[in-house]
Design a protein around this ligand. Sequence first.
Ligand SMILES: Nc1nc2c(ncn2[C@@H]2O[C@H](COP(=O)(O)OP(=O)(O)OP(=O)(O)O)[C@@H](O)[C@H]2O)c(=O)[nH]1
Ligand SMILES: [Mg+2]
Length: 253
Amino acid sequence: MCRVVDLRQAVLAKNDASAHELRAHLAARGIAVVNLLSSPGSGKTALLERELLRARERAVPVAALSADLATENDAVRLARSGVPVKQVLTDGLCHLEAGMLAGHLDGWLPDDTRLLFVENVGNLVCPASYDLGETLRVTLASVTEGEDKPLKYPTAFGLAHLVVVTKTDIAEAVDFDETAFRANVEQVNPGVEVVLTSARRGQGVGALLDRALGALDGTPVHAPVMAREPHHHGHGHTHAHPEATGTTAHIHS
Ligand SMILES: Nc1nc2c(ncn2[C@@H]2O[C@H](COP(=O)(O)OP(=O)(O)OP(=O)(O)O)[C@@H](O)[C@H]2O)c(=O)[nH]1
Ligand SMILES: [Mg+2]
């Protein structure tokens, strides 16, 4: 008899269970989580720095957690805003997992927090498959990355509740085609909102805060067509991370 165990699916199924638990825990505490996903250098930290300052101005209790493979650079930048900030080093892992996040929140996240911003490890592949129990999943792309990225990373853009374009202040210099980008986003995630931002110039700053507070107050969050499907052990499954299927590991016994 041959039993086939799909390791990747098992890992994702375990993460889904932790995410489910964390989502319920955060909901009970009245906390919304914003999970920020993008390739390295898209401007996650830069935009977040502005959003945290805006939150302070508006007296919204927020906190931020940043994940990277190495360095505390982002936490140092974010901490200048004066809000509680934590840096997580992932020890080589290219994404955050729900269980890890839950462990880091324990004993750190202040009781009065309403919004927690999580800056995921910079890449558009691994983090896309891991639910963190977030209320809002935001996928960012800078104008320098090319209009085709939503098509190349359909899971990251397809599961987003909100898509953010960054660095619009340099859009002209790199011939960014906004119409083409929007059309590509629409292909993988029909109806999702696309917000244009420039952390440099302040354009679009406050959009993340507004959408997250809206979600906390009951404004319906966009429902992506590419719904996250439950991950099961074993074969015969379908799942929503097509660009990563080539890395699936199997054990035959
Ligand atoms: N022109 C311009 N540059 C920006 C803007 N936002 C960020 N940058 C620059 O882009 C570079 C990367 O920005 P970060 O905020 O560190 O990007 P990140 O996505 O957090 O990067 P990782 O955490 O390493 O994945 C920096 O040199 C920023 O100064 C912007 O709105 N306009
Ligand atoms: Mg960063």
